[in-house]
Design a binder for this molecule. Structure first.
Ligand code: ATP
Ligand code: MG
Length: 637
């Protein structure tokens, strides 16, 4: 059975391995991953039921898993639970009522501190206002807001009354926002007058105005005041939140809706890295259990921690690990409004120092971006509060991993490279502090997750051989469907291998069973019959001292089938030249093999990325071939 292979003796591993220190092990909730994994797999339902006991239910479930209508699995059937109640109300009964829930810092240094009790009052007020605007259980609400405390407050308020939120990242264009409002048929849009980024105002309200012009479903627009600059308000449709929040109906407690475990909590559209975004639907019950458990064990969250996830609440990382999981765990979080380099490239490091951040969770793109400025910026700040680091979103290049480990973590902090997707709700393949690490590997599956790398026919690939990453059993955090399009849900995820979840990512495992994510299946290159991952080529380039960032794509080649074309951003102090291009071609050939020698190196100043920082290789490919660029709604400006 697959279980044995996965839990190969992790005390004796091959390659570049970082074993947990005694201090890390001492403090960790989970000290023995292999036996926990084994136990979970022996009885999945018992395992998840035990996890679910840690949350507060209005009514316990009758059945843990209902798989009578595959792939539309149901979890904790018959159970009644509300995620907002678990994130907020629950803490009113304990000392955490007066604990800091959120430290918020604006770009200009302005601060807000919210205790759990503050949060409780704010969420109730917001929920009362939503109700006054006619929002009821099951209604969709689009949220398009800068990174201010009212964003999580609005999400929690929706959850409280059983409304379904659809958060759209506030950097998205009018068109992207419009299609998401349309798709979800939202009755209300919540926004702010504006936000700040790099010292400038982001015109969120004006974008909303344009987006809703063609959206007949929208009845009201609720505007939180942030910048207080002049914005147009349409009488009868638009309201300032603070004006409504002062009225009598907004005062006092707003009763919590006793939602069903399977009631939808939110719709969230995927990043659109590979194509048109899909509206993933997550629910109150199983999702809560899954993200609570994954965050607790992977980031080993305790009461004394200061947690900082640098993502935007507008993508799934923010939903699960800025808003819902940290609050359910009663953790103290940091939220920062603006850009990482504003006004200087040490802004993030100054925040770590100022709040004594103990666990930092960010993306490879951010790490590579900050690495470009050199070690001096982090080195002039005290980062000694950190004990654990994390990354998500793309494969992390070993070079960037080592920098993060050495310069930010000072060689003391294990890095949790968490592989997961909007579809999965939470971490899937990820270390825990007790699991030995290998740079560039997301290590092993979370307990309760059976994952493998398989070939076209579903047979496991031998070590070192690349194949399709699949998940072979259901888990409570899985998205339940694509909003309004169940057929596409079945077709996209459950058709290639019936009974298994098809991730769309390619990966390989090493001789120890460790997983290496190579990239999207759509991005894999075939050069002279060999399959090559973009991540491998890009990591080779990033390992060269001149290179800050790189993207590799395949373009048609008469002889080889596909030829490798690379787009490279140089580090400060290096200038493009034919000689350097040749040096880089040789460097890649040397590190990976002659087969991987790029046809061409293009020096660029920018790469097309999604708003969440992922390289959009399909856009590079389309541009190079002179083809239509496809859905660009999530492209960064
Ligand atoms: P779309 O599905 O619309 O193309 P997307 O896949 O970028 O967009 P997300 O759900 O935000 O949308 O991202 C999930 C993907 O991100 C994964 O499928 C994987 O390719 C990548 N990813 C996430 N975490 C990691 C990680 N730790 N290592 C490697 N890749 C990762
Ligand atoms: Mg995806």
């Amino acid at each position: 059975m697959a279980v044995k292979e996965i839990v190969a003796d992790i005390r004796h591993l091959s390659g570049e391995v970082y074993y947990p220190s005694p201090e890390v092990l001492e403090r960790a909730y989970i000290k023995d991953y292999p036996s926990l994994y084994q136990r979970a797999m022996q009885d999945l339902e018992a395992f998840w039921a035990e996890r679910a006991e840690e949350l507060e239910w209005f009514r316990k479930w009758d059945r843990v898993l209902d798989d009578s209508n595959k792939p539309f699995y149901k979890w904790f059937v018959g159970g009644k639970i509300n995620i907002c109640y678990n994130a907020v109300d629950r803490h009113m009964k304990t000392w955490r009522k007066n604990k800091v829930a959120l430290y918020w810092e604006a770009e200009n240094g302005e601060r807000r501190v919210l205790s759990y009790y503050d949060l409780y009052r704010e969420v109730n007020r917001f929920a009362n206002v939503l109700k006054a605007l006619g929002i009821r259980k099951g209604d969709r609400v689009t949220i398009y807001m800068p990174r201010i405390p009212e964003l999580p407050i609005a999400m929690l308020a929706c959850a409280r009354i059983g409304a379904i939120h659809s958060v759209v990242f506030a950097g998205f264009s009018v068109e992207a926002l419009h299609t998401r409002i349309e798709d979800s048929k939202s009755r209300l849009v919540i926004t702010a007058d504006g936000g700040y980024l790099n010292g400038r105002i982001v015109e969120t309200k004006r974008t909303v105005d344009e987006a809703v012009r063609r959206s007949p479903s929208v009845e009201h627009v609720l505007v939180v005041r942030r910048t207080r600059h002049e914005v147009p308000m349409e009488p009868g449709r638009d309201y300032f939140y603070d004006e409504l929040a002062r009225l009598p109906f907004a005062q006092g407690e707003c009763p919590v809706e006793e939602t069903d475990a399977e009631d939808p909590l939110y719709i969230l559209y995927t990043s659109g890295t590979t194509g048109a975004p899909k509206g993933q639907v997550h629910v109150h019950g199983g999702y809560a259990v899954y993200i609570y458990t994954t965050m607790k064990w992977v980031f080993d969250i305790k009461d004394e921690d200061i947690w900082w996830c640098t993502a935007d609440p507008g993508w799934v990382t923010g939903h699960s690990y800025i808003v819902y999981a940290p609050l359910m765990l009663g953790a103290t979080s940091v939220m920062y409004e603006g850009a990482p380099t504003y006004p200087y490239p040490d802004r993030w490091w100054s925040i770590v120092e100022k709040y004594g951040v103990t666990v930092l969770y960010t993306t490879p793109t951010a790490i590579r971006g900050l690495m470009r400025f050199g070690d001096e910026w982090p080195n002039r700040r005290h980062l000694s509060s950190l004990r654990l680091l994390g990354t998500v979103g793309e494969p992390i290049n070993p070079e960037a991993w080592r920098w993060y480990y050495r310069v930010i973590g000072k060689g003391r902090c294990p890095i949790m490279d968490t592989w997961w997707m909007t579809e999965t709700g939470g971490f899937m393949i990820t270390p825990m502090p007790c699991v030995p690490l290998k740079p560039g590997s997301a290590t092993l599956p979370f307990p309760g997750i059976r994952a493998d790398v398989v070939d076209e026919n579903g047979n496991p690939c031998p070590p070192g051989v690349e194949g399709y990453l699949v998940i072979q059993n259901p888990w409570p955090g899985m998205s339940r469907t694509l909003y309004g399009d169940p057929d596409r849900y079945v077709k996209t995820y459950w058709s290639k291998y019936p009974g298994w979840f098809f991730t769309g990512d390619s990966a390989r495992r090493d001789e120890d069973g460790y997983f290496y994510i190579i990239g999207r299946v759509d991005d894999v290159l075939k050069v002279s019959g060999y399959r090559l991952g973009t991540a491998e080529i890009e990591s080779a380039l990033v390992a060269h001292p001149a290179v800050a960032e790189a993207a590799a794509i395949g373009l048609p080649h008469e002889v080889k089938g596909e030829g490798i074309h690379c787009y490279v951003i140089l580090k400060a102090g290096y200038t493009p030249s034919e000689a350097l291009a040749e040096e880089l071609r040789q460097h890649v050939a040397q590190l990976i093999g002659p087969i991987a020698r790029p046809e061409a190196i293009h020096f660029v100043d920018k790469l097309p990325k999604t708003r969440s920082g992922k390289i959009m290789r399909r856009v590079l490919r389309a541009r190079a071939l002179g083809l239509p660029e496809g859905d660009l709604s999530t492209l960064e400006e």
